[in-house]
Design a protein around this ligand. Structure first.
Ligand code: IMP
Length: 431
């Protein structure tokens, strides 16, 4: 069974895009199973930088690229990305969008921003792209789906039904301007014309690809700790990034998936609010941010930076049933003399645990217990083989592997595709 899930093991921004782009070279189909244009990922190929929010990274390699039913789609953002690709001579033909995916509508974006403003100090720090409100409407069965774009009459009716409620919220609760039916309907009819050729039965397409023995990558957005059910609620996204959601998000059975690769940075970052035990206090935080270029791909927001947290990672190994791990951005740690790694949490009652706390208050108040590993004091950019990494860098990776009980199969040492080192060869990672 050649289906592999690639899942973020921390709070997102782990460098999944680059890993997926690399593995896409040896794959036939690349799918996103949840999320929307929340933040984005950067992929550098042949010196060219690509920034995507919606498109699966596989599109760069001309692979069939699927947006599954579990995704929420902002047609305007998606069309901008498609146009951007075409301008650079890359075809968007391999893109396939599930008709069951939900659309982000203009009121979702307005309500996301207004909701955050209203929360004030309690805000979640969302990307304000309308993701949460779009998923909320999906669950409330008020959502408008990609397949509604295929029928102008249905589309108009659904917009009208939604606006009857949304405009009341916008005007009376948030004191914002309402939306006009005509404006929204004509804009979305325009999007419909352009997106129509991409709509496909993606559940069938992916299932058939797996049955035919083709290599399928299932790419999660964000990360494990932002999972709606198992992350650091309420400071989470509104869908399920964890690997189990790949089956529901695409519409294949869980027995079709046999491999789950986690992606983690060699340290940790987080954007938005919420608890973060290993967040660095002091100048090393700023240093790590600058060295790692830790600013949002699209929003430009500063990412909070911290030392590697093996308690959080062990939780990610468990939640995802992780079978291997890609450790990215190891090079960013090169100029630190000492590298603290969190191996346990100390709880308020003084006890120590290496399990992720099940209760929010324990997590909010825990203190990290560190073991400090030596740094390697040399850049990693010229290294193209795991065997020639400095001994201390190899020890760092071995430490992670041993504590997690999961093989580290890929190691990121720089921004480009070529700077991902593999212990067994990329082909072997997928076989
Ligand atoms: P939302 O997904 O825009 O609703 O944001 C909810 C939380 O998830 C916020 O803390 C965001 O900063 C975070 N988040 C959403 N998307 C990403 C991502 O791609 N990378 C990192 N954090 C994200």
């Amino acid at each position: 069974m050649p289906a592999t899930v690639i899942v973020g093991a921390q709070w997102g921004d782990e460098g999944k895009g680059k890993i997926v782009d690399l593995l896409a070279q040896s794959s036939d189909v690349v799918c996103r199973y949840q999320g929307g244009p929340n933040a984005g990922h950067t992929v550098i190929v042949g010196g060219e930088t690509f920034k995507f929010r919606h498109l699966p990274s596989g599109i760069l390699s001309g692979k069939v690229s699927v947006l599954g039913a579990g995704c929420v789609v902002d047609p305007e953002v998606l069309l901008e990305e498609i146009d951007g690709l075409e301008e650079r001579g890359i075809s968007s033909d391999p893109l396939k969008i599930s008709g069951n995916a939900h659309l982000i509508m203009p009121w979702h974006i307005a309500l996301d921003g207004a909701g955050e403003k209203r929360l004030g100090k309690l805000q979640i720090g969302t990307t304000r792209r309308g993701i949460g409100p779009a998923y909320a409407d999906k669950a409330a069965r008020l959502g408008i789906r990609v397949q509604d774009l295929l029928d102008a009459k249905i589309l108009r009716q659904k917009i009208e039904t939604a606006l009857a409620e949304k405009n009341i919220w916008l005007e009376r609760v948030y004191e914002l301007e309402p939306f006009e039916l005509e404006d929204v309907a004509s804009r979305y009819e325009g999007f419909a014309q352009r997106l129509r050729p991409f709509v496909a039965d993606t559940s069938l397409l992916v299932d058939e690809a797996i049955r035919d023995g083709r290599n399928v990558l299932l790419e999660g957005a964000q990360g494990t700790l932002l999972d709606l059910d198992h992350g650091t609620y309420p400071f989470v996204t509104s869908s399920n990034p964890i690997a189990g959601a790949a089956a529901t998000g695409i519409g294949i059975g869980p027995t079709r998936i046999d491999r789950v690769m986690g992606v983690a940075k060699a340290y940790v970052t987080r954007v938005g609010e919420g608890p973060f035990p290993t967040e660095i206090v002091g100048p090393d935080q700023e240093r790590l941010r600058e060295l790692g270029g830790e600013y949002g791909t699209v929003t430009g927001r500063q990412r909070r930076c911290g030392w590697l947290d093996l308690v959080g990672l062990r939780y990610a190994v468990r939640l995802n049933g992780m079978t291997s791990l890609a450790l990215t951005k190891l090079d960013v740690l090169s100029s630190f003399a000492e590298l603290p790694v969190c191996v346990r949490y100390r709880l308020r009652d003084g006890t120590e645990t290496d399990e992720f706390p099940a209760h929010q208050s324990d997590f909010h108040h825990c203190e990290p217990v560190y073991e400090t590993l030596p740094g390697w004091h040399e850049p990693l950019d010229a290294i193209d083989d795991v065997a020639t990494l400095p001994q201390a860098a190899r020890d760092y990776v071995d430490f992670v592997e041993e504590r997690l009980g999961v093989e580290v199969c890929l190691i990121g040492t720089g921004a480009s595709r070529e700077r991902v080192l593999s212990r067994r060869g990329v082909e072997a990672v997928l076989s």
